[in-house]
Design a protein. Sequence first.
Length: 137
Amino acid sequence: MARRRRAEARDATAYLTFAAELWAACEFCKDSGRGRAAGLNAIHASIAAADAVCVLFKGESSSGEAHGEAAELLAASGAPGAREKAVQLTAILGMKNNIAHERRAPSRVEAEVLVKRAQRFVEWAVETARIKTGRPQ
């Protein structure tokens, strides 16, 4: 069963702040040729961004060990475009084991694909939060 945590709207701001911090680390790592670290930061920024959207639209975030639960909660959140973005989040999360646990580092192309997917996802989450709250995030 999916584990969830009740949350308030102000928690969404904290999740978005965390996503932004992770995204900044992703960009730094990408620019300095650290594909694995860039990928992991991109994945975790996506999870934090998904949590922000879920908090704003459903009043809860995923707290389970299985990151796929975050995609399921997002799909059910009622946020505009959430079902499609849950598919995108699932694809991002699907790359986590390869990035985190394979002996070989991801290729430049693999890292770029992951970072680009995550960038689109995080940008969607920020824009969705801005529209929901009526203020810049």
